[in-house]
Design a protein around this ligand. Structure first.
Ligand SMILES: *[C@@H]1O[C@H](CO)[C@@H](O)[C@H](O)[C@H]1NC(C)=O
Ligand SMILES: *[C@@H]1O[C@H](CO)[C@@H](O)[C@H](O)[C@H]1NC(C)=O
Ligand SMILES: *[C@@H]1O[C@H](CO)[C@@H](O)[C@H](O)[C@H]1NC(C)=O
Length: 607
């Protein structure tokens, strides 16, 4: 393998070859427009309401090609591979930016196009590597730039409205210099994965295949408070995941973050109530709130978010006194017809990750409990957002995502509504993997329930239709395929895809304070911050020894970390799309991944 410095030199040489005489953004007459992207037909469930108001502002994100993403990916895998000499040698912000910077020719052509439409540099919002440029434009200008017509579309089931188009064009000369532009064809409605709903009906339908786990850790589990079977508290998780007696040694160097979207506000007063009850030593502590894209932070009790409170109470409660950050990200896709004020109408992951990539220091572990079916996010765009996550991972950040709450599909409560139809024009039944948890550069967390732990029926799992199986999980997934009947669910999923989840944690009945009252809340939304907290404690053990934090976890988890996870071998399958879904089995499976954490064992293996 080439050492990193050498590779970087090669990259620099290549970019020299692209260099063109400067005199950037000179006049250029664009000629022939050609369709860049078109949907075969409007996505299922959406109907056209009418023309978009010409003065409605949209925030167009333009993705330029990244000069050397393959090299970035190689660095990421090397610095995350415990058997590689570069393990832990994470890249700097600048090194990452150099690898994903667009070729100068692309920058020049896109600048010329923006200039031709009257944009000045000061009106452009660029990502640090300049691989994204965002502009706020009225619909009428976007329509000229993209030779298209925007309409208001309505999602029949929810009533949500979006301003979108089903096709757009670009000058032919630009096709190689722009990978994606959104919002155009993206009809996503992304969701928080928490739920306060009880699911007795679905639970009855999901046949139980419980077998008691056979691992030796069961003497310890037998000592867990019986109450933890019906209600999860901080103490329960300390007992289940063996974090109980751990004394932190590197708190001031450590960090953990929680992302928040969709007007989910984390409430300080609720955190205090929660701490009084469950973590009394933390009662005077708080966390930092960071605003992204105009996100707000109201503190009235009725503004407290179930998702936000669940995430901060458990992530920060389990890791106290590690400094915690909560990002409140503004922008929400639905179009509000009464507003013509600037409004972001994209999914917000890209905004969040752009913001965080601009920071010199980023928390070492970050949990996100939001997601949506892959197919609602156009592939080219999903890829670019996932590549941005790779940039953070390469810098040594562990990105943890909930695996989804719809089993192999997008829900189970009403079989008529959750038929899992493809929106590619074929309208056939297919499992619905969840984005962004299927991104191969993040760690996906599924759900368990009970003591001893068994798989929970809503746990999102399966295989990506966008990303192939990464090498790090090859061995484990091949073993799993041996356990299922040949041709099981043939054509319903992509057996060569990235399998998810990677790991699991408890996902039912977390005792959370919201608006001054304790509620039982569940979902893989709960599993993700619980797992992230264990990672933060493992980072403490590494930092205390003067080592780098764990960073991107998957290569090390599949190579050897699995021996420090409790393999979940029984429980409910995760039904959906008219099937009974997948079972949890010995080894990796598409419902609980490699299993739930045993901190003491993981510390032994990973620190
Ligand atoms: C929290 O602050 C109050 C008031 O200053 C103090 O009385 C109490 O001992 C503090 N509690 C902890 C656990 O630090
Ligand atoms: C898709 O197929 C289902 C079942 O055959 C049908 O009810 C539905 O109307 C179809 N939707 C579209 C958009 O063709
Ligand atoms: C799950 O396990 C049950 C009981 O052993 C079995 O009948 C079923 O076929 C299994 N399903 C899959 C998808 O492997």
């Amino acid at each position: 393998m080439l050492p990193f410095r050498k590779l970087l030199t090669l990259v620099l040489l290549v970019s020299q070859a692209w260099a063109i005489p400067s005199g950037a953004a000179e006049r250029y007459d664009f000629k022939e427009y050609k369709v860049k992207e078109a949907l075969l037909r409007p996505p299922v469930g959406w109907t056209l309401v009418g023309e978009a108001p010409p003065d409605h502002t949209i925030s167009l994100r333009v993705g330029l090609p990244q000069s050397n993403f393959e090299a970035l990916e190689q660095h990421l895998f090397e610095v995350s591979d415990p058997d590689h000499s570069r393990y832990g040698q994470h890249l700097s912000k600048e090194e990452v930016e150099e690898l994903v910077a667009p070729p100068p020719e692309s920058l020049k052509m896109v600048n010329a196009w923006l200039k031709a439409h009257g944009f000045k540099e000061i009106e452009l919002d660029r990502s640090p590597a300049k691989d994204w440029v965002s502009i706020k434009v009225p619909v009428k200008i976007a329509e000229q730039m993209l030779r298209t017509k925007y309409h208001i579309w309505k999602h029949e089931e929810s009533g949500d409205k979006l301003v979108r188009t089903t096709s757009y064009s670009l000058p032919e000369e630009l096709h190689d210099h722009i990978e994606v532009i959104q919002p155009t064809t993206m009809f996503s409605r992304f969701n928080a994965m928490k739920s306060t709903i009880h699911w007795p009906e679905a639970e009855k339908k999901a046949s139980i295949t419980y077998k008691p786990p056979t691992t030796a850790s069961n003497a310890r589990l037998a000592a867990v408070d019986p109450s933890c079977s019906s209600e999860i508290t901080i103490s329960c998780l300390h007992q289940l995941y063996n974090t109980g007696g751990y004394v932190q040694k590197a708190t001031e160097k450590n960090s953990i973050g929680i992302t928040g979207y969709l007007e989910q506000f984390a409430n300080f007063a609720d955190l205090k109530l929660f701490y009084e009850e469950q973590v009394p030593e933390a009662v005077n502590s708080t966390f930092e709130v960071v605003t992204v894209s105009g996100g707000l932070n109201p503190q009235a009790p009725e503004e407290a978010g179930f998702e936000a409170n669940l995430d901060v109470q458990f992530a920060f409660g389990l890791t106290h006194p590690v400094p915690g950050t909560y990002w409140t990200t503004g922008g929400r896709p639905p179009f509000k017809p009464d507003l013509t004020t600037p409004e972001n109408t994209n999914e917000p992951y890209a905004d969040w990750v752009d913001f965080v990539l601009k920071q010199k220091t980023v928390p070492y572990v970050i949990s996100t409990s939001y997601g949506e079916p892959e197919q609602t996010v156009p592939e080219a765009y999903a890829r670019r957002v996932c590549n941005s996550f790779a940039q953070l991972s390469a810098r040594g950040v562990s990105l943890i995502f909930a695996s989804g709450d719809g089993g192999v599909g997008d829900g189970w409560d009403d079989p008529e509504r959750h038929r899992c139809r493809t929106n590619d024009g074929r309208n056939i039944t297919r499992f619905l993997p969840t984005f962004p948890t299927t991104c191969p550069y993040v760690t996906s967390v599924g759900g368990t329930t009970g003591v001893p732990e068994i798989s929970v029926f809503f746990s999102g799992g399966g295989f990506s239709d966008y990303w192939p199986r990464p090498a790090y999980q090859d061995r484990h997934i091949k073993e799993w395929f041996k356990t299922i009947p040949t041709d099981l669910y043939k054509d319903l999923y992509n057996p060569a895809g990235r399998g998810f989840p990677d790991v699991a944690a408890q996902g039912t009945n977390f005792r959370v304070y919201v608006g001054g009252v304790a509620f039982p809340i569940g979902g893989t939304s709960a599993s993700s911050p619980a797992f992230a907290a264990v990672v933060a404690l493992l980072n403490d053990a590494r930092l205390a020894k003067g080592r780098r934090p764990l960073g991107f976890l998957n290569p090390v988890l599949y190579a050897k970390g699995y021996a420090g996870l409790n393999d979940i071998t029984g429980g409910h399958p995760n039904p959906g799309c008219g099937t009974s879904g997948f079972n949890s089995t010995v080894g990796w499976d598409p419902i609980t991944g490699l299993g739930t954490p045993d901190f003491v064992k993981l510390k032994e293996i990973l620190t």
